[in-house]
Design a protein around this ligand. Structure first.
Ligand SMILES: Cc1cc2nc3c(=O)[nH]c(=O)nc-3n(C[C@H](O)[C@H](O)[C@H](O)COP(=O)(O)OP(=O)(O)OC[C@H]3O[C@@H](n4cnc5c(N)ncnc54)[C@H](O)[C@@H]3O)c2cc1C
Length: 387
């Protein structure tokens, strides 16, 4: 492992940073408040090749890995534009289709995911199952040469912006008791698929939805992969990229908040000639948050390096730890930034309190801090499961 980026990765970081700064947090907030999406930023990122950095060149991507996609996620967030759909569409959907899809599915979806003209969102969470994925109730039944899907999903991000949703469903023969999930590519305009927008306390241009699947008919080639056996490996294939990129988004958000706060505290003077940042009561919490963000970045780099080297199991441990560390660090950094800005911290203008909801959600989704601690306790520390 090296701590230096390659010259290409350095260039990518600088270029994404420049794009992010061109839009900035003001744009992100304006779109969120207007109930609009960051369409222009997404289109630019696609046109410049940033959405497809991890997609093979033969399908129109940049031929890089999750390291490159993590750079994109972090730098956009560090510019005040944390785009959750980067975690869903290029990280989860593109990885799943690239690694486990049929050649036909790769050709149909990867070029559009790479240039940003297509978005595929991801639906696993259900109202009844919650964190217990073994209780999934969405069922896929054979219907002639196709499938009928029924069930409910909740908190699904970006359905209104996507043309497909990757639905995790149990195949009916799982009645034997063994979980046999499969991933289905379902067009968002399929008959029987309806949605209702959830009111969330997160200021974001991306929305969450309840999804209702009432006998949604999909064709024989809707399941990802050549056979239903691809389902479980395909599902797991999406998890490491999801954890690593959401962690990168958290680290970028943390950097953004600390930068905004440091600029302010270095120049704000309320006690004569000294800046408020000269008081350790102000600077130490900021420095502490900066240490936590940097530690998280280190773990993200390790996880991405392991993942890109094909060391999936080790990447799983590192990716979960990175997600935990970055989720906590981002929440700490934004909360600290709000505090050291005083009243200004609560204004829209200073652009830090606007992220409170998002970083709070980052400790719950896409996997909660408790479920990561369970994972570490069981898989690293060898503890028994309590559930
Ligand atoms: C902004 C946002 C976007 C999201 N986007 C998507 C999306 O695009 N697609 C998607 O499929 N889902 C999405 N989700 C859902 C998210 O992944 C879930 O909310 C998350 O996995 C937790 O599941 P739950 O809400 O059902 O909580 P529950 O499972 O009901 O858990 C509630 C609490 O109990 C804790 N808990 C549960 N079981 C245990 C245990 N065994 N040990 C210790 N603690 C436990 C949890 O950690 C949590 O704190 C999103 C959620 C949010 C907030």
């Amino acid at each position: 492992m090296t701590f230096d980026l390659t010259p290409e990765q350095d260039q990518l970081r600088d270029a994404v940073r420049a794009l992010g700064r061109r839009y900035g947090h003001g744009y992100f907030v304006e779109k969120a408040k207007a109930g609009e999406h960051t369409t222009e930023l997404w289109a630019d990122a696609g046109r410049l090749g940033y959405l497809g950095v991890n997609i093979p060149t033969e399908y129109g991507g940049g031929g890089g890995g999750i390291t490159e996609l993590a750079i994109v996620c972090e730098e956009l967030a560090a510019a005040g534009c944390p785009l959750l759909l980067l975690v869903v569409s290029p990280a989860i959907a593109a990885t799943v289709i690239n690694r486990h899809g049929t050649e036909e599915q790769r050709k149909r979806h990867l070029p559009g995911l790479a240039d940003g003209s297509q978005k595929i969102v991801f639906a696993i969470t259900e109202p009844e199952a919650g964190s217990n994925f073994h209780r999934l109730g969405t069922v896929a039944r054979r219907d002639g040469d196709g499938w009928l899907l029924s069930g409910r999903k909740c908190y699904i991000s970006g359905v209104d912006e996507a043309d497909h949703v990757l639905v995790v469903a149990r195949t009916e023969d799982a009645s034997s008791g063994k979980l046999k999930p499969a991933l289905f590519l379902v067009p968002t305009d399929a008959a029987g698929l309806t949605r209702s927008k959830l009111d969330m306390e997160i200021l974001s241009p991306e929305n969450q939805f309840l999804l209702y699947l009432d006998d949604v008919r999909v064709p024989a080639d809707a399941p990802v992969g050549e056979s239903l056996d691809a389902g479980l490996p395909a599902l797991f294939a999406g998890l490491n990229p999801e954890r690593i990129t959401v962690a990168a988004m958290g680290a970028g958000t943390g950097r953004y908040a600390i930068e905004r706060a440091s600029e302010y505290t270095a120049t704000r003077k309320v006690w004569g000639g000294r800046s408020i940042g000269s008081h350790q009561g102000v600077s130490h919490p900021l420095a502490h948050a900066a240490v936590q963000v940097e530690l998280a970045r280190l773990m993200i780099q390790k996880a991405a390096t392991l993942y890109d080297a094909g060391r999936d199991l080790e990447a799983g441990v590192a990716g979960n730890m990175a997600k935990y560390a970055a989720g906590e660090a981002a929440a700490l950094a934004v909360d600290t930034a709000v505090q050291v800005l005083g009243g200004a911290g609560m204004t829209t203008e200073y652009g830090v309190a606007t992220l409170l909801g998002a970083v709070r959600a980052g400790r719950i989704a896409p996997v909660s801090r408790e479920m990561i601690l369970n994972f570490v306790a069981q898989h690293v520390l060898g503890q028994d499961k309590s559930y």
